[in-house]
Design a binder for this molecule. Structure first.
Ligand code: F3S
Length: 424
């Protein structure tokens, strides 16, 4: 692998032990994937240091202690607790305190403590052709597909890339991998953001790690719809890039997206396909639920306005838990706009930094027993996102009820499950 003099210097330790460790890791990654050289990146969305994972926060503290610093603008992914408002989820204080230590480490390293899976709604908006890295698949697919940036689905290497400002040249950093592989004809109107989420889940199952090119949308999808669709594509499949001609830079037409290659398959999506995803994630026949959740991926400011309008002057049904998850930045914007007051007056819980599957509800992690984390018994969660539904089922290991956002809110207001299409 060809390295520049600067990169060689990092590898040999001339810029300190932190950069040396990071460059060693990146060179290994590059060799494993046959990268000929590194590219300079302009942005990194990095691992938080998860309080529920054994010694994971300590890992970030160790890096900060050897003077690791972010060489490029860096935002931090979702955490295991709402660091400031941890009582909202019933998390043990010890968990929140440990999570706060990760924030301190990130401050030392110069990362923005966004603690979110949607850093773009918090102002991290990489532009066309910016090489970048992300630990969060939702961020990878949004930045690739909506903004035209170049990112792989990364893991901890995202931290090393942020520390060096470098990433090996392979995968979605290369033009040849940013071409359409499957044609998707959407032959049904999509009526809500959740419909786009269900569409993404359906298509991701078919295309796997392909690059679907979407045609036939009745109108240009909103940013929230694209966000929801991408998150679901990256959940049921390993999709890192989708192309909507006219939306995804630089493709104006499907022909440009396929670049002369024939699609491996043409997928016709009907209403029945979309409805089948709702059916797949409605596993609680009696409609019993413990929590109603919206805000996966973390809600945008536009979504917060929508929730506030729907809840204005109304009250969540007594005894019903209604969760809205968003980034701390959007929460703050909502507070300044008076939305937070309206949402909280209704009885909604507005939670930042985490989400149901990333908080102490997850049964699939084994935290340090000293933290005192005991996942509460949850039978069923109402969600408006196919991604959240998949992970609730897998990680909290309980039933799910997938419905539209409007219907999820009506469920919270009425105390009775309202299925998709139940709100005009
Ligand atoms: Fe974000 Fe949690 Fe959904 S990390 S994308 S809100 S599953």
């Amino acid at each position: 692998m060809q390295l520049t003099a600067v990169e060689e210097g990092m590898l040999e330790g001339r810029e300190g032990p932190a950069k040396q460790r990071a460059m060693e890791g990146l060179v290994q990654l590059g060799r494993a994937f046959g990268a000929p050289r590194m590219v300079e990146i302009g942005y990194a969305h990095i691992h938080a240091g998860m309080a529920l994972y054994l010694e994971d926060v300590e890992l970030m503290e160790d890096l900060a202690a050897i003077d690791a610093r972010m060489a490029v603008p860096a935002s931090v992914n979702i955490a295991n607790a709402d660091v400031e408002n941890w009582k909202l989820t019933g998390a043990p204080e010890k968990l929140a305190k440990l999570q706060r230590r990760a924030a301190d480490a990130h401050h030392k390293m110069g990362s923005a403590c966004t603690f979110t899976c949607t850093p773009y709604w918090a102002g991290h908006w990489p532009t066309w052709n910016t090489h970048m890295t992300s630990i969060e698949s939702t961020v990878t697919i949004f930045c690739n597909s909506v903004l035209g940036a170049r990112s792989n689905r990364d893991g901890f290497f995202a931290v090393y890339a942020g520390m060096t400002g470098r990433y090996p040249l392979f995968g979605y950093h290369l033009d040849e991998n940013r071409r359409g592989t499957h044609r998707v004809r959407v032959a049904t109107p999509l009526e809500s953001v959740t419909d786009y989420s269900a569409l993404g889940f359906h298509v991701g199952r078919i295309v796997g790690e392909g690059v679907p090119v979407f045609e036939g949308f009745a109108q240009r999808p909103s940013l929230d719809a694209l966000d929801a669709m991408g998150a679901a594509l990256a959940t049921s499949g390993g999709v890192a890039l989708f192309i909507v001609p006219g939306v995804t830079p630089p493709y104006a037409t499907a022909e440009q997206a396929f670049a002369g290659r024939s699609p491996a398959e043409t997928i016709e999506v009907t209403r029945a396909d979309v409805d089948a995803v709702y059916g797949y994630f409605c596993t609680r026949g009696d409609g019993v639920f413990d929590i109603v959740h919206v805000g996966c991926p973390h809600a945008s400011f536009e979504e917060m306005k929508d929730y506030a309008a729907r809840l204005d002057g109304r009250r969540i049904f007594p005894g019903t838990e209604f969760w809205i998850t968003t980034s701390r930045a959007v929460r703050r914007m909502a507070e300044e706009a008076g939305l937070l007051r309206a949402l909280e007056a209704s009885g909604a819980k507005v939670i930042s930094d985490t989400c149901p599957i990333s908080c102490h509800f997850a049964r699939t992690v084994s935290p340090d027993p000293a933290l005192g984390v005991v996942p509460p018994p949850i039978r069923s969660v109402v969600v408006d996102s196919a991604k959240q539904a998949k992970y609730v089922r897998d990680m909290i290991r309980c039933d799910t009820l997938l419905t539209g956002t409007a219907e999820a809110i009506e469920t919270a207001l009425s105390g009775r499950f309202v299925a998709r299409g139940g709100v005009a």
